[in-house]
Write a protein that binds this ligand. Structure first.
Ligand code: TXA
Ligand code: MG
Length: 323
């Protein structure tokens, strides 16, 4: 298992074939890198859970090359979901819909719904198309990190996370740095209105203005859907992450560019705006670990627009998982 760079048509074909034969292929998307398996191959999917160290009741997202293939996986697709798909696919949005027969318990964690996404990254799209041309229906791909850890946004980060767990016939495709940097917005489309389960770059304001509706806030208590991204702790580096704390010399420091670096701290990122914040946040957390920083002080952006998704990830990164 090695990183495969300069992915041309023949490399992509080989990768699609490996996937069809039941191997795992990590591939780039515009959000973060995913660890792919044939969504209809129970054994291959079981390996995803093993490699990630992820509990099997946490469902996976099925990736397809085009919204035309949506009804293979989803039934009862409401009008608003079609509108969202037309507006934001290919792109950083995942829709949760009632599942069809081919979406088995081993990808949905036993739920009667399935999560679907059409990524926009060119390499991801070509890879999915190639897989579909071999008779594949869809590719399940969780973020290519160990469970609870920081999602990878480049192929080296995937290698760091998973090389000890992947086998010789698995592959990591290199497609450069993920341009968005945080995971897709997940929208539950099984109720009368869309409900955002995981905030992302496609914001509630964008959805509200596009559909001309008011979105009620997600009631976490009554929401029984298992979403690891909704667990309190997630996206955590080894370093301790502290939000709005008092920086000490030797700490790492992450904040928007207009906030000065406190004396003695190591500046890990200075994004200019929220889009830049999303783009660099996971790399900055990884950088802290790679240079041995023990504590990272973060000034999160304002809770507005994309700032909501960034705060969501930072708050979870600041809590340690205890399992
Ligand atoms: O941007 C992304 O979404 C990336 C790239 C690789 O596409 N993928 C990703 O997958 O973030 P993962 O597995 O790390 O996170 C997917 C989230 C999980 O929190 C999972 O619980 C939720 O999607 N999910 C999957 N199926 C679901 C379902 N049927 N209902 C509710 N949530 C679901
Ligand atoms: Mg993940």
């Amino acid at each position: 298992m090695a990183i495969i760079s300069n992915c041309n048509a023949s490399i992509i074909k080989d990768a699609a074939l490996a996937l069809k034969q039941g191997h795992l292929v990590a591939f780039p998307t515009e959000t973060v890198y995913g660890l792919g398996a044939d969504a209809t191959n129970e054994k291959a999917v079981a390996r995803i859970y093993e490699v990630k160290g992820r509990p099997t009741d946490h469902p996976l997202i099925v990736h397809i090359s085009s919204m035309e293939l949506m009804d293979k996986w989803a039934s009862e697709i409401p009008e608003f979901a079609i509108k969202l798909a037309r507006a934001f696919w290919p792109g950083p949005m995942t829709l949760v819909l009632k599942r069809t027969e081919i979406a088995k318990d081993f990808i949905t964690g036993g739920q009667d719904t399935v999560a679907i996404r059409v990524p926009s990254h060119t390499l991801a799209n070509q890879f999915l198309k190639e897989f579909e041309s071999l008779g594949g229906y869809g590719v399940v791909a969780p973020s290519a990190n160990r469970f609870g850890k920081v999602s990878p946004t480049n192929s080296q980060a995937v290698e760091e996370e998973l090389s000890n767990f992947l086998s010789e016939n698995d592959q990591i495709l290199d497609g450069g740095q993920s341009q968005i940097g945080i995971e897709s917005t997940i929208i539950d489309c099984t109720k009368d209105i869309p409900i955002i389960l995981r905030p992302g770059i496609i914001t509630s304001e964008m959805i509200e203005s596009f559909l001309s509706i008011d979105l009620t806030k997600l009631d976490l208590e009554s929401n029984k859907i298992m979403v690891p991204g909704l667990l309190e702790a997630h996206y955590s580096p080894n370093a301790r992450v502290i939000l709005n704390g008092i920086p000490q010399p030797g700490d790492g420091f992450i904040a928007l560019a207009d906030i000065p670096t406190p004396t003695g701290t190591v500046r890990l990122a200075s994004p200019k705006d929220n889009t830049g914040y999303a783009y660099c946040i996971y790399n900055a957390l990884r950088l802290a670990d790679s240079i041995g920083i023990k504590t990272v002080q973060v000034i999160p952006p304002v809770q507005q627009g994309v700032g909501i998704a960034i705060n969501n990830r930072l708050i979870k990164a600041a809590k340690k998982i205890s399992i």
